[in-house]
Design a protein. Structure first.
Length: 109
């Protein structure tokens, strides 16, 4: 399957991303994720490379600021009561990715 979205996640999360149509590279630790991302950056086939958040934070800083391909963190997942935190993380990721400040409805002045 050809796709512009590549996802680097642990094996336990891979099936869900495959079902959603993403190309998946499995990595069981930060070193494996760094190797997978390095390979994907070298191939220049991806528009977006999404990396499991605990791995993303360990990637070289000069990789994390890339725009082509866009390299983003995938939030780890949710626990009950974290809806506000998820929203804040999503907002921060979007703002960082496109360089624009978002205001959600209930935050508007």
């Amino acid at each position: 399957m050809s796709t512009n979205l590549h996802v680097v996640v642990p094996a336990r999360l891979a099936p869900g991303y495959r079902l959603a149509g993403a190309a998946v590279d499995e990595a069981e630790d930060a070193a494996g994720a760094e190797a997978a991302v390095g390979r994907l950056l070298g191939q220049r086939e991806s528009g977006v490379i999404a990396v499991h958040e605990p791995y993303f934070t360990t990637l070289p800083a000069n990789w994390r600021g890339r725009l082509a391909p866009l390299l983003v963190a995938l939030p780890e997942g949710a626990h009950p009561g974290e809806a506000g935190q998820r929203r804040a993380r999503l907002k921060a990721m979007l703002e960082e990715a496109i360089g624009y400040h978002f205001v959600f409805g209930e935050e508007a002045p």
